[in-house]
Design a binder for this molecule. Structure first.
Ligand code: ADP
Length: 250
């Protein structure tokens, strides 16, 4: 699905990503781990079009997508979940989902709001789709809740739900488990697995919780100092001496 070829991203003289090469297989839930500062987030930002690489290439099913802006990648089905923007926190959960198709095509929020008023039919279809998404994620009871009032884990579910409002093919998830309680983490993990099996989503997940990664991800790619250190099943990776050293060395 995705091939990253000797990617470099420098900030001034410092290479946050330093020649990383990796592939994300179609249909996989690939984990991306590594000590703090390994370059995981920077790599995500480059793949998802939020940062331009210094050198190297990113391919999606053989097509060069290096440096494309996020809204063009969105049209190709490459999505990165992002935190609910401040403007959306006073809107309901359902409205947050309904905004996704318009807000992600590069339209301004105001234009999206105006068209909301005009196109009632489209709005009904979007509301129905939003309700299906909420049902899938088992959070229908939160439809009318303001997004800003959700707990950390519920927000993560909403972020995942946003990818379901469009035809996503590969979704990049950044720190799904951070600050999320065990029960909700289980719900998030279930949702990821069902999206993978039932809807054919490919996932790439950055996460620190090794229990979560071990249960969910295969393969797991380990980054350290801007490049890929190892790749394999979670159980094998944690026996790898280079990996152990990279973690203990920080
Ligand atoms: P990780 O997600 O693995 O913790 P990051 O990609 O966030 O790693 O960061 C990798 C390194 O790049 C870190 O040393 C970080 O300080 C540096 N870095 C990240 N973004 C910037 C930036 N915008 N400007 C300068 N340095 C940055």
């Amino acid at each position: 699905m995705i091939t990253v070829e000797t990617l470099v991203k420098s900030f001034g003289g410092f290479k946050a990503v330093d020649g990383a090469s990796l592939t994300i297989a179609e249909g996989s839930i690939t984990g991306l781990i590594g000590p703090n500062g390994a370059g995981k987030t920077t790599l995500f930002n480059v793949i998802a079009g939020n940062l331009k690489p210094t050198s190297g290439r990113v391919l999606m099913q053989g097509e060069d997508i290096t440096g494309l802006p996020p809204h063009e990648l969105f049209h190709k089905g490459l999505l990165r979940t992002f935190q609910i923007a401040h403007e959306f926190s006073s809107m309901s959960v359902r409205e947050n989902l309904m905004m996704v198709p318009a807000a992600q095509t590069g339209e301004t929020i105001w234009k999206a709001w105006l068209s909301r008023g005009r196109i009632r039919e489209e709005e009904r279809a979007l509301a129905q789709k939003a309700d299906e998404v909420l049902d899938f994620l088992t959070i229908s009871h939160l439809a009318e809740e303001k997004a800003g009032n959700l707990s950390g884990g519920q927000k993560k579910l909403l972020e995942l739900g946003r990818t379901m409002m469009v035809d996503a093919r590969i979704v990049f998830l950044d720190e799904v488990g951070a600050g999320v309680n065990r029960t909700l983490l289980g719900t998030i993990s279930d949702a990821i697995q069902r999206l993978n099996r039932e809807r054919g989503y490919t996932f790439c997940v950055i996460e620190h919780d090794m229990d979560f990664i071990g249960k969910l991800c295969d393969p797991v790619i380990v980054m350290a100092e801007g490049h890929v250190l190892a790749e394999g099943k979670a159980s094998e990776i944690m026996q790898n001496e280079d990996v152990i050293e990279a973690y203990l060395g920080t």
